[in-house]
Design a protein around this ligand. Structure first.
Ligand code: ZN
Ligand code: ZN
Length: 213
């Protein structure tokens, strides 16, 4: 797999610290599961995070107690048995299979041949799979917050570049884009948002509450 769009450093740091919302964390986990480069960067972040705790300077008694408590809890965390990592299936990496609860996606039509499967949805945003027929476009839209999109099959291109299998696009409120699926196969992508997308055209905007995108 030749991956050219990776997880940005600030997102990787937040992921390593456990402070990313669950929908974004699933996209990062899915990418890390197929990208050796980002897996190495994540391990470096985790080691750096641990080193920060080791180097806490115990000046007063409170800080020494805090440091001991933090390190003790870290030891507990390390000794706790880890849940077995979910296995990937076909084009879906393990973290996506976990979000699908081991089942095949249940696609819902969005019009123009585009389909989606909502994996999680709430006030903080959503996680979904998108199916875009070859050459089809996702309506032109801006973003109220952050959007992470990882390609699982096929490819798409937009104003910012070309994204193939494994690539992650990071879009924020400064970007309005029209992703278009590549001609070679339907594009299937995992997309996480932390705010409802803002569609420019009237009809998609009217449909938005209906489809929860
Ligand atoms: Zn990567
Ligand atoms: Zn977008």
């Amino acid at each position: 797999m030749s991956i050219s769009h990776h997880i940005p450093a600030r997102l990787m740091r937040a992921y390593a610290a456990g402070s990313l919302p669950a929908s974004f964390a699933t996209v990062v986990a899915a990418h890390v599961s197929v990208c050796d480069e980002c897996r190495a960067r994540l391990e470096a972040e985790e080691i750096a995070g641990g080193a920060v705790l080791e180097n806490l300077n115990p000046v007063g008694g409170d800080e020494a107690r805090l440091r001991a408590a933090v390190l003790a809890r870290l030891d507990d965390a390390l000794e706790a048995p880890e849940a077995p990592a979910p296995e990937g299936h076909g084009i879906y990496p393990g973290p996506v299979m976990a979000a699908l609860k081991g089942r095949a996606p249940r696609w819902k039509p969005l019009g123009a041949g585009i389909r989606q499967t909502i994996l999680a949805s709430g006030d903080e945003g959503s996680l979904r799979l998108l199916y875009i027929p070859p050459g089809a476009a996702v309506p032109d839209h801006g973003h109220g917050g952050l959007e992470l999109t990882m390609v699982l099959q096929g490819s798409f291109g937009d104003e910012t570049g070309h994204y193939g299998v494994g690539d992650v696009e990071v879009a924020d409120d400064s970007l309005e884009h029209t992703p278009i699926a590549g001609p070679e196969a339907p594009c299937i992508a995992l997309a996480a948002t932390d705010a409802p997308l803002r569609f420019r055209a009237l009809v998609p905007r009217l449909l938005q509450p209906l489809f929860r995108i």
